[in-house]
Write a protein of this length. Structure first.
Length: 483
């Protein structure tokens, strides 16, 4: 068992144990016990991080793509080597089962590798000219400047890794503010970059109360880019603040992913994939399949089989039992949120088929829950539950299902299962989301963009878009001297 690390700030190349604004407790959600403390950065310490990032930017932005790639590649290798230790800390901080934590870490290393390669690949382009006087039209992508990276707790390695690797690969410096309940996971990630040779001031780490810190960092004239992953409400607030100061902003926000299951789908495969994926990370995943829209012809069988799988999911403390399928929710307040969703849905038209209750324990556990035929105006059907609750709704025609799927302002991920090729192509076109999965529930890889539309945000991370998001596009038009 890996001991819980001493959480520190990292500013200007120095690890700092004391937060001048005090400290906050870090709690293991599976036990409710305090496992450590997190220092809270003061405004003066935030200013020191801003100065460090600003001072380091000119030299880092001029560092060759090959050198930046080499450092990121070493960081990815270190992340893989340290996966067992980091996974233990992830499990302790936010209750993710160990196998899922290891998978998150190794997948994050692949993301760092890909974005590091982009530093070598991205050289701009030459556009043909229209006349003899103009010699060249050159388009380049230049690093935008110091970036503020704000990340949540549900993927404490993957989400910071995408942002850090994109920023550093592009030649930007960065200040990372991770979630206050998963600070050590983020620290161990930052250590990989530091030990790989990231120069002093290029990457900084601060902790503390998220609202005041975000507002302080965004308002600074040093900051030129803000990347945020979190709730829609907070994203709108930070976006308005970034716009006030004319800062580039990339928000990856909430989702409420629909899954259309056609009568032509492979029922056994679809229900097995859907039920297993829904409860991954206790449903605390922004792209989690949540609203299941199932053809009337197969609806009853789908509900019965889905509920049977959900009822067999092993829930418990993944730090004490590695065979656990689902761990706790991240906070005590998430329990209250789940109870409100179930009470509202069950009290209308919906039927709680399985689950629906708190699991009596010292931690923050809630039963895998399946609700059949929830009311269209229920809290479940209109708000992202962000927990282990699935709702299954019957439909008569495929167009009706598409209408329900597209009825919310969320547009992060959407899914569909169909054995009819024409229908599958139709669903791929008709579903309104930044990412659509057909006959599978994976919408992310290191090479592909990750992002949504509508209230789920704009812009993308991952893929080449995850690199370009930290750049400014410049056009240089070169003419002959003297005409």
């Amino acid at each position: 068992m890996t001991a819980y690390p001493t959480v520190k700030l990292f500013i200007g190349g120095q690890w700092i144990e004391t937060g001048e604004a005090g400290a906050m407790e870090v709690v293991n959600p599976a036990t409710g016990g305090v496992i450590g403390h997190c220092p809270k950065a003061s405004p003066a310490q935030l200013d020191a991080a801003l100065k460090a990032a600003g001072d380091a930017f000119p030299a880092w932005s001029r560092t060759s793509g090959a050198e930046r790639h080499a450092i990121l590649r070493r960081a990815a290798d270190l992340l893989r080597e340290r996966a067992p230790q980091i996974a233990s800390v992830i499990t302790a901080e936010m209750g993710k089962p160990r196998a899922q934590a290891v998978g998150e870490i190794t997948g994050s290393a692949d993301v760092i590798d890909f974005l590091g390669e982009e530093a070598k690949r991205r050289g701009g382009r030459l556009i043909p000219t229209r006349g003899n006087q103009l010699l060249a039209q050159i388009v380049t992508h230049e690093p935008i400047g110091p970036a503020v990276l704000l990340t949540p707790w549900n993927f404490p390695i993957n989400l910071p890794a995408k942002k850090i690797a994109g920023a550093l690969a592009a030649g930007c410096t960065a200040i990372l503010k991770p979630a206050e309940n998963t600070p050590a996971s983020a620290q161990m990630l930052v250590e990989c970059f530091v030990d790989a040779g990231v120069p002093e001031g290029v990457l900084n780490l601060v902790h503390g109360d998220p609202g005041p810190i975000a507002e302080h960092l965004i308002a600074s004239p040093v900051t030129r880019k803000v990347s945020f992953t979190g709730s829609t409400a907070v994203g709108k607030h930070l976006g308005a603040l970034a716009a006030t100061h004319m800062k580039r902003f990339t928000p990856e926000l909430g989702g409420h992913a629909p899954v259309i299951v056609s009568k032509n789908a492979d029922l056994a495969r679809a229900v097995a994939m859907c039920a297993t994926t829904k409860f991954r990370n206790a449903g605390q995943v922004c792209v989690s399949p949540t609203r299941f829209l199932v053809a009337r012809e197969i609806y009853d069988n789908f509900v019965a089989e889905f509920a049977a799988i959900a009822g067999k999911i092993k829930v418990g403390d993944p730090g004490a039992d590695e065979s656990v399928d689902m761990g706790p929710l991240a906070h005590a307040r998430r329990i209250s949120a789940m109870e409100q969703v179930v009470a509202d849905t069950g009290g209308n038209r919906g039927e709680v088929v399985t689950g629906g209750s708190v699991i009596d324990s010292t931690g923050f556990f809630f039963q895998p829950t399946v609700i059949a035929n929830p009311s269209p105006d229920s809290r479940f059907m209109t708000e992202e539950p962000f927990g282990p609750i699935a709702g299954i709704v019957p439909f008569e025609k495929i167009e009706d299902a598409v209408g329900i799927a597209n009825s919310l302002r969320y547009g992060l991920a959407a899914y569909a299962f169909s054995g009819d090729l024409d229908e599958a192509h139709y669903l791929g076109r008709a579903l309104k989301a930044g990412m659509v999965g057909i006959n599978q529930l994976i919408v992310s890889s290191p090479e592909t963009p990750f992002g949504g539309i509508g209230d789920s945000g704009f812009g993308s991370e991952g893929g080449e878009e995850g690199y370009l998001a930290f750049t400014d596009t410049k056009l240089v038009m070169l003419a002959k001297a003297g005409g």
